[in-house]
Design a protein around this ligand. Structure first.
Ligand code: PLP
Length: 401
């Protein structure tokens, strides 16, 4: 029980803090999946996802972390030798490239500098230059750098082909209008901004996606989308294999909580969290890798001072203050640190993380900032509260529980 007593404040980009109802749902007695109760639960989760992703498209659930749903998307949509474009400017874009490569696809990468948003004009140019491209893949929030892509523009420039978007860390945080923007396939999972536990993943599939699925010939079995929708019979959506009953039940509890917060409020809250984080990190004298723009609302990455080891910083902040930060990518031999501020996170959580990091960096670099960064973060909170129309305060659902 030590682990329970020592629950840390998870300021990492997944897994993120669970709400009390979601935690409690994990302690319920086991449930047979061939029951009306479970069918209802699954239905609640899939319709809840439709609402969260703003789509009428089908939602399929897999027992696998999000990477499983990424691989499933490739297996279910393509045939060997197909050509896909990947807008890739970070670790997760790279993962899509690797998965496509592992399945024998031809990949055209549109790379941007790390920490910069993908140039959608370049995507458009690449699309026009090669008529064999059958699909375009984009990571909405590149969790390794905090960069958020302009998905609306992406869907416009890639309109001619199937569009696939990795919304692992953006769904629940960033604005996401799947149907309005015309995105065919959305991949994600519970453990980032959707406030659920890790272990399952989902995909949202449009009619264009289903049509492509029908002609795709890559081998697939466990992750076959046709199974996912049709087994269970009579139009009821049931899981083909033993589903992660407990995780799905916890996800349902998280979705219930998410749906109580209007999408605009939720995005505004994340925008506010991002502002507080960036202000605090800059006031500490750190250079941001994440663009200093409102869109960067889920995770913020900053360069550490020369000679300071990320691993030590993370350990020290966790052991001294119970706040867990994450390592970021090393860029030109410079280490970075990542602060997740997505899901069930409040503004003062970000202030705490900023204060903890400031104290640890002060010690590591033998200087004294006297709380300058924490004060700047707090001043941003105050400014947000004083903004006209900031009533209610840009949402702190964690505070209500
Ligand atoms: C977390 C994440 C994934 C992969 O998630 P796993 O659950 O670890 O497999 C994929 N893409 C993005 C953008 C992510 O943030």
């Amino acid at each position: 029980m030590d682990d329970v007593a020592r629950a840390e404040l998870l300021m990492v980009p997944g897994p993120t803090p669970l709400g009390p109802a979601t935690m409690a749902a994990g302690a319920l007695p086991m449930l047979d999946e061939r029951t009306e109760e479970f069918t209802k639960l699954l239905h609640f989760v899939t319709t809840g996802l439709q609402s969260l992703l703003q789509t009428r498209n089908d939602q399929l659930i897999f027992t696998a972390s999000i990477t499983g749903a990424m691989e499933a998307a490739v297996e279910n949509l393509f045939s060997r030798g197909d050509c896909v474009l990947v807008a890739s400017n970070g670790m997760f874009g790279r993962r899509w490239v690797d998965i496509c490569g592992a399945h024998g696809l031809r990949v055209i990468e549109v790379n941007g500098p790390l920490g910069e948003a993908t140039d959608m004009d370049a995507v458009g140019t690449a699309m026009r230059a090669d008529s064999s491209i059958r699909a375009a893949i984009c990571v909405h929030c590149e969790t390794s750098t905090g960069v958020v892509a302009d998905l609306r523009r992406f869907a416009e420039v890639a309109d001619e082909v199937l569009t696939i978007v990795d919304c692992a860390s953006s769904a629940g945080a960033c604005e996401l209008r799947t149907d309005d923007w015309g995105i065919d396939v959305v991949v994600g999972g519970p453990q980032k901004a959707l406030q659920g536990p890790p272990g399952i993943s989902f995909v949202s599939v449009s009619s264009r996606g289903w049509a492509r699925h029908a002609e795709a010939t890559l081998p697939r079995f466990y992750f076959d989308w046709s199974h996912a929708l049709t087994v269970g019979g009579s139009g009821t959506q049931a899981a083909p294999w033993t589903p992660a009953v407990g995780v799905i039940r916890q996800f349902a509890a998280a979705i219930r909580e998410l749906l109580a917060e209007p999408a605009d409020t939720r995005t505004a809250r994340h925008v506010a969290l991002g502002k507080v984080a960036r202000t605090g990190l800059k006031a500490m004298g750190l250079t941001l890798l994440t663009p200093d723009v409102e869109e960067s609302c889920a995770v913020t990455v900053a360069f550490l001072p020369d000679g300071v080891k990320c691993r030590n910083v993370i350990d020290d902040v966790a052991s001294a203050f119970g706040v867990r930060l994450a390592a970021g990518p090393t860029v030109d031999d410079k280490e970075t640190i990542r602060m997740g501020h997505l899901g069930r996170v409040q503004m003062l959580d970000v202030v705490s993380a900023v204060a903890g990091l400031e104290l640890v960096l002060d010690r590591a670099t033998n200087r004294r900032t006297d709380g300058r960064a924490a004060a700047a973060a707090l001043a941003t909170v105050r400014a947000l509260l004083e903004e006209p129309g900031a009533d209610p305060i840009p949402g702190t659902p964690g505070g209500l529980a």
